[in-house]
Design a binder for this molecule. Sequence first.
Ligand SMILES: CC(C)(COP(=O)(O)OP(=O)(O)OC[C@H]1O[C@@H](n2cnc3c(N)ncnc32)[C@H](O)[C@@H]1OP(=O)(O)O)[C@@H](O)C(=O)NCCC(=O)NCCS
Length: 162
Amino acid sequence: MADAPAALKHVQVVPLAERHIAAVLEIEKASNSAPWSERSFRNELTHPDGIFLVTEGSGRVVGFAAGWVLADELHIINVAVDPQCRRQGLGRKMLVELLLHAQEKGVTCATLEVRAGNAAAIALYEDLGFHSCGVRKKYYPDNREDAVVMWLHELAEWSPER
Ligand SMILES: CC(C)(COP(=O)(O)OP(=O)(O)OC[C@H]1O[C@@H](n2cnc3c(N)ncnc32)[C@H](O)[C@@H]1OP(=O)(O)O)[C@@H](O)C(=O)NCCC(=O)NCCS
């Protein structure tokens, strides 16, 4: 049996910077069946309404989470954790930081779309207080999978220790 990966050290969540792009791209390719391009990530470096957070641990990039603030809504647009580093609380940690950043900006609600078959992500979002509010049929062009639309309506009063 393979050894369990060593615990990450010096875990910190920081804003996306140029030096993160290559590693973020690798995690994206390993995590998403229709991965974003390098150009898409580079655009996020200067997106005026974007919040793009990267988690570093043991001296390397291990995950990222991104959202756009549109009026009083946070739209979560991407999140992924290095497959070797999942189920260690990193996805939750980054999304909590993303929601708190948006809260500080006066955002009152958050929304996202997630593939209907992505049980891990749906469980994580529900754990944070998101609710499924609808389905967009055959939303994803690569495999025509449905998207579940989720909302967190009470972001203004939201706390990670609910
Ligand atoms: C979804 C994803 C970001 C979760 O990251 P993670 O760091 O592994 O998640 P966490 O360790 O923070 O998990 C927090 C909670 O989410 C839920 N969860 C996470 N992964 C799960 C899984 N595989 N099965 C069931 N529940 C899961 C659990 O409630 C978990 O709490 P627990 O570990 O105490 O049971 C990660 O699986 C990933 O990168 N997936 C590929 C990319 C993706 O699907 N992104 C979402 C696009 S909408």
